[in-house]
Write a protein that binds this ligand. Sequence first.
Ligand code: ADP
Ligand code: MG
Length: 691
Amino acid sequence: MTTKPLTDWPEAFSRLALHRPIDLLLHFPLRYEDESRVMRLADFRLGDSGQAQVRVVDHRVVYKPRRMLVVQIEDASDTGLLRFLYFQESMRKTFLAGQQIRVIGQARLSGAGELEFVHPRVRQGWLSPEALVDQPLLAVYPTTQGLAQHVIRRAVARVLRKESPPEWLPETWRRQVGVAPLPEAIHRLHLPPSPLQPALMQEAWNRIRFDELVAQQVALRRARARRFAHRAPCLSGSGELVSRLLQSFPFPLTEGQQEAWRQVRTDLVQDRPVHRLIQGDVGSGKTVIAALAAAQSVSSGYQAAVMAPTELLAAQLFDKLSSWLAPLGVEILGLWAAIPKAQKRRILARAAKDQPCLVVGTHALIQKDVRFGRLGLAVIDEQHRFGVAQRIALRERLTSPEGLRCHILGMSATPIPRSLAMTFLADLDISVIRDRPAGRKPVQTRLMSQSRREELLTRLTHFLDHEGQAYWVCPVIEEQEDTDRPLKALEETQAWLAPVLGDRLAVVHGRMRPDEKTAAMARFASGAARLLLATTVIEVGVDVPSARLIVIDHAERFGLAQLHQLRGRVGRGEGQSTCILFYSPPLSETAQARLKALYESDDGFELANRDLALRGPGEILGMRQSGDPELRFTDLVRDQALVNAAVTFGQQIAMSYDDSRALQAVGVSKEAIDSLLSRWARRADDVLTSV
Ligand code: ADP
Ligand code: MG
């Protein structure tokens, strides 16, 4: 298939990201207009669009209220008018009495109360209903300003006539999955025979989805294989440091933690760079795994880096990891923006040395001035919080001088539904921590209307005085972070709470200086402050086990995953915790659905599944920055069976990719797979840069 653009490729095509003929073939219609259905004039109701086959009775040019051509028409059922405000003399020939024409347009009522069509499309000749059966339906394409439907239709038809990708899928697989052959599928979706046959269309759509999924699967698994072609340090240290760390934890590991650690330990002794993602609901204890992995790296004579998405979180991780590892003699350094210059220089110099240590920080860790002398492991906490560019920078920068690539351990508290993990994350190894530390009671979730503000304040002060600490979260909608409105909400609440709570109140929001934030957090973590009033800066990872109440102000403004994350700030220690969804009525239907889901379930995986249905994969994976990251045609919830088949098949292909005999056994050729990948390349690239 050629990749050379057609000579008269309209500029507007590029705006739709249609750069190659194949892109155009994969630019499928949104819907079809049925030109084969002919209506009787008597059946038109006002506003109806449709077509009729009529006979011209007569035509005349009238001059009042202005010059126009009026054509009288009739069919067996009724009569009507066509009205042309602009017309050419030649049109009169079309409308000679007795001519048979087709009229396509929208019905309205004339001043005189007659059925009329203003500027309808007109075709000459009479087409019998039988002759129309094979007439294709008219495709209506996604388009952009200045690009008419017929331009797309014509370009598609031209490409279709010249070239179409050949079938590449073995017949046995095709039958087993129950999809149409590729050339037919493409042809049928652009030019479906009339009348529309849903089962045939479904087969065609499923074929496109299957190709899309297989391409994604192969691309990601190839990326994984390419990563494994690099070398990594074998972190097979004595294990003594790790044993001492395990003994020093004030708790036994949960089963999920033990299993995850077993897998990570196995990774770290490989001489290939492993990238594993640890998925565990909020509070499942992922930091423990990070500490163990870091200890393993250090005891093997290599450095470890732990990167967090915010300064608040980095500082907190630094404290936690220091409390566990410093007593065992591990050198720990913190690196983020607020750290004074002189100190930063010392830390950079230390990291550049060829000696083991642990560096905890923010994206400051991947700035140009940072060099690691002997990096064995990078842990990325809340991996999906890092933007695409940062993840690429990370991959490039965290290579040690001998050309060894470090192992990467990602952590995510956003539970990722299985179907999503199987597709978008197919290049990663995944561990799931499903259980939570023993003795944790599920958080009680309550809905409370904001009309009960004063009552809530009374209960809150009582709670703070007698029971424990609490969070109060005000919404900051991401895009509006810099506008005044959401912060005002926080300031208003602060003005309302401050007189009552005095120095029992601590405040943290995105506009404070980092050192102010850290100081406020420290006051809260130490128990000196009882209530932390905050924006969503506390959403990710903040860990203060003695906080057992969280009020989410304007809960209706948050997404499901975000609400679940926020709720996860409590329920981290002993005793019963409560989450109050403090909402402002009236609730929209979707807000109601979200709050109801949250009320009904505290299982992050189940909520993630519901979220996938509500919002799609892009938002869950945090890939919104990467443009158009979604699978274009596949819906992971709806197309579960296709996903499963594509994953199995894609794996077989990827495994045999470098061995032409093995590929042959799978029933495909390398060339066919390469052109499959190039057809969908736009997608595969997006996906690759997003993980
Ligand atoms: P997350 O998975 O959300 O990052 P953390 O690692 O912050 O969770 O752990 C949440 C809290 O649970 C911390 O206070 C941590 O010390 C504690 N914790 C971790 N593992 C266990 C365990 N096995 N038993 C009891 N408490 C644990
Ligand atoms: Mg965490």
